[in-house]
Design a binder for this molecule. Structure first.
Ligand SMILES: C[S@@+](CC[C@H](N)C(=O)[O-])C[C@H]1O[C@@H](n2cnc3c(N)ncnc32)[C@H](O)[C@@H]1O
Length: 346
């Protein structure tokens, strides 16, 4: 018997769980292609960014070993595997992700593409622990490492994960909801100075001090437990004459700063960057996609320091960014910046 489609008001589904054609794109290829042709990312999926540029700078060769530190939807991973295993070569890839919900889905996607355990291992781990993962897996040092930082579209679009301020959901924002505390809990007890630092360092918030003080003063009365409650409060905070666009940017910045804080993203990135040269084979290449200044500054300085110390033989002088065509096809790629480095030796 044919299953009825979920009931929703209006012609097109608005809620994530109603977007059944997007969530099961393989069963509805025409509808999926139509949505993607309008520059939208299908619900429950993620479009890999700067793929050709990443393949160019990483230059994965048949038979080499690579690591994708941020597996996500496995978009980049599948491209890398295609190169590492070209012409029947026995190249291998490890895919790390800290998200225990998306990780098994990504792994199934890789298996469905025909890559067995001899070719691909998915590891549920923070990339800060990359050195330990390499030791446990025992495939040696990789020639190719990729990190595509931040969150995936699947995580952003699912309101239950609490990343989006566009729909209501619990104010969670954890990449791994089984560890640490949700953003609501963090916000309920954080000291004003720590909040100010998080807003400044995580989002370059220009009014970090006054906004932190206002959030702390309001939190007991308002109770920031839902994404919508926080978003609405933030929209009402600035001067009413503030243009709507600026207000939305403020909301976006605060959600980003909270996400970085609750996931301790900068400590993970700093640890990864520090250990990176020791995790790469001599002559190995690393590429990093960053999405905001706090990330990009860290990568730029670490690569520069590694070059000065002789750990890298070459680093990118300029960042590479999505071109007009990619921006049109995937507006979410807009903030992306690509940097790379080559390990000294060989
Ligand atoms: C932008 S998405 C990657 C998308 C992927 N490149 C693709 O093509 O589908 C970033 C992913 O990195 C993961 N992530 C973020 N920080 C991490 C960390 N410190 N360790 C491991 N995974 C992390 C997130 O859970 C998310 O799935």
């Amino acid at each position: 018997m044919r299953k009825r489609r979920p009931r929703y008001p209006g012609k097109n589904p608005r809620r994530f769980e109603h977007k059944y054609k997007e969530l099961r794109a393989e069963q509805y290829p025409e509808a999926a292609a139509h949505i993607e042709s309008r520059g939208k990312t299908l619900a429950g999926s993620h479009r890999p960014i700067l793929v050709a540029e990443i393949l160019e700078v990483l230059d994965p060769k048949p038979g080499e070993f690579g690591v994708d530190c941020t597996l996500g939807h496995a978009g980049h991973a599948l491209e890398l595997l295609g190169r590492l295993r070209a012409d029947g070569a026995s190249g291998r890839l490890i895919g790390l992700d800290v998200d225990p919900m998306e990780m098994p889905r990504a792994e199934s996607r890789v298996r469905a593409a025909g890559h067995g355990p001899e070719a691909f291992q998915g590891v549920a781990s923070n990339f800060a622990g990359l050195a330990g993962v390499l030791e446990r897996v025992g495939w040696g040092l990789p020639s190719v490492i990729l990190a595509d930082l931040g969150v995936s579209s699947m995580q952003i679009d699912n309101p239950e994960r609490g990343f989006t301020f566009k729909h209501d959901g619990p104010l969670d924002l954890r990449l791994n909801p089984t560890r640490g505390v949700a953003a609501s809990e963090w916000l309920a007890s954080v000291r004003v100075g720590r909040l100010e630092t998080a807003l400044r360092e995580g989002a370059d918030e220009p009014r970090a001090a006054s906004l932190a003080a206002a959030l702390v003063a309001a939190r007991d009365k308002v109770g920031f437990r839902r994404t919508k409650v926080l978003a609405e409060w933030l929209r009402a905070w600035p001067d009413p004459a503030t243009p709507r666009e600026e207000v939305e940017k403020l909301v976006r910045r605060v959600f980003q700063a909270l996400r970085i804080a609750v996931n301790d993203e900068y400590s993970a990135l700093d640890t990864w960057l520090r250990n990176l040269p020791g995790c790469l084979a001599p002559g190995g290449r690393v590429a990093v996609l960053t999405f905001h200044s706090g990330e990009d500054r860290r990568v730029k300085h670490a690569f520069r320091a590694g070059l000065d110390a002789g750990l890298y033989s070459e680093i990118s002088e300029e960042v590479r960014r999505p071109g007009a065509e990619e921006l049109r096809a995937n507006p979410r790629s807009a903030p992306a910046k690509l940097r790379w480095a080559r390990r000294a030796g060989e």
